[in-house]
Design a protein around this ligand. Structure first.
Ligand code: PMP
Length: 453
């Protein structure tokens, strides 16, 4: 044993997800120790506004004791149980009923997993199992969109329309990416919004015909893209693509991991954008981030087919040890009660106009090409040249610079490519919204000055 080696740093054993591992070795991580309302505190005692609710999920902030109490009560009653072999924790069955009752379109049943990624994998396995049971084993291809984010399991990554998935030699064959429905960035010179939409619909139709409708298991879409940079679809998008999917009998999966439970201003993103999905995936806000949990909701028609398919294979051979965890479900029931019955969604409706108006006022800033968003989510897209929308070179890491400068000023926002994004907790007050955007203003001015220098 080497007795003179220096004691390893206390954080050096921690392997970080989605982080620059090289620069972390030099700079070290930010170590967070406490939360209070919309704020988190690091170990030096410095306080930050959490402008992204953590990872979109801590919508009730970081000190809601009602959720701690719900967890504690469930921990004392039935602290752990599963839902395999026809058993179910009573709390978990109640949550399934509650979710069916508030679903944006009629839904029959809910399957629980631990993360958004697992929920997406679950859906793909359901689709593939149905295809095999119904004598169409070739129905395996999946439609997604460039810019989409669907998670980090092998299928979650494969459905994600971002360049980094190449790091894993993904996606596999059979995942087909359609154009990102972002008019500002993807619309061609002289193309109207309506023409852009027509082009997307034609692309979908041609893709289905080219691949063969009977080889496609389903299409997955976020009602509004989140980690792609908060990208609301071009107006009329879902109303236009859904008839095409229906005509070809291709089920639509709404990935509501971010948009579920109020983020877009309606309870569901599907309501905000007119999505009529066959399956819905929810996570994140379902427990306000206080417990890992996700849900897959299936329509009655889908449920009947799944039941028939499970006869074929003897059972539904899929599930996670801690899916439907009773503590997560107790927290989720309390979150829903707080959102729907204790005025949080009403409060949210009251603050959204202030949030959107401050956000959109940055469209006039020399660095900002587009200020976009819906509900309590938004993005500022940074450009090097406003008329041509030319972005800064990627090695400039302009989003990163802005997020770092904001961090120094006590605000956590997230850089995503050329944009920075906002998704604060629903409990934010109007004056906290002003404080947040005042920091953004000072930050953008500081970064602009630095660039000019
Ligand atoms: N789908 C969407 C739309 C997401 O935003 C995310 C996470 N940001 C996921 C799936 C994956 O969820 P998780 O990280 O819980 O696996």
């Amino acid at each position: 044993m080497n007795l003179i080696a220096p004691a390893p740093d206390r954080t050096s054993a921690f392997l970080h997800p989605f982080s620059d591992l090289g620069s972390l070795q030099q700079d070290g991580p930010s170590v967070m120790t406490e939360g209070d309302g919309i704020y988190v505190r690091d170990e030096s005692g410095k306080r930050y506004i959490e402008g992204n609710s953590g990872l979109w999920n801590a919508v009730l902030g970081f000190s809601d004791s009602r959720l701690a109490d719900a967890a504690s009560e469930q921990y004392r009653r039935l602290p752990a149980y599963h839902a395999f072999f026809g058993r179910v924790p009573e709390t978990s069955a109640r949550l399934a009923r509650r979710l069916v009752d508030i679903a944006p379109v009629p839904m029959a049943r809910v399957f629980f997993a631990n993360s958004g990624s697992e929920a997406n994998d679950t859906v793909v396995k359901m689709l593939w199992m149905l295809a095999r049971a119904e004598g169409r084993p070739q129905r395996r291809k999946l439609l997604s969109r460039r810019g989409a984010y669907h998670g980090t399991t092998v299928m979650g990554t494969s459905l994600t329309g971002k360049d980094y998935v190449r790091a894993f030699g993904l996606p596999p064959e059979g995942v087909i990416f359609l154009t990102c429905p972002h008019y500002w960035r993807e619309g061609r010179a002289g193309e109207s919004e309506a023409d852009f939409l027509d082009r997307l619909v034609a692309e979908l139709e041609q893709t289905i015909v080219r691949e063969g409708a009977d080889t496609i298991a389903g299409m997955i879409a976020e009602p509004i893209m989140g980690a792609g940079g908060v990208i609301p679809p071009v107006a009329g998008y879902f109303a236009a693509i859904q008839p095409v999917l229906r005509r070809h009998h291709i089920p639509l999966v709404a990935d509501e991991v971010i948009s579920g439970f109020g983020r877009t201003g309606s309870l569901w993103g599907s309501q905000t954008y007119g999505v009529e999905p066959d399956l819905i995936i929810a996570s994140k806000c379902i427990t306000a981030g206080y417990f890992p949990m996700s849900a897959v909701m299936v329509s009655a028609e889908f449920d009947d087919r799944l039941t028939a398919a499970s006869q074929e294979f003897g059972e539904f051979p899929h599930g996670f040890t801690t899916g439907a965890h009773p503590v997560g479900c107790a927290i989720a029931l309390t979150v829903l009660d707080i959102l729907l019955n204790r005025g949080v969604l009403d409060h949210l409706a009251g603050i959204i106009p202030a949030f959107q108006s401050r956000l959109r006022s940055f469209a006039g800033h020399p660095l900002i090409g587009e200020a976009r968003g819906v509900g309590l989510m938004g993005a500022l897209d940074v450009v090097a040249d406003k008329p041509t929308k030319a972005p800064f070179p990627s090695d400039f890491e302009v989003g990163e610079r802005i997020a770092k400068a904001a961090f120094r000023r006590g605000l956590i926002i997230r850089p995503l490519g050329n944009s920075v994004i906002f998704a604060p907790p629903f409990i934010m007050t109007r004056s906290e919204i002003d404080t947040m955007f005042d920091i953004v203003q000072a930050t953008l001015d500081e970064v602009l000055e630095g660039l000019r220098a």
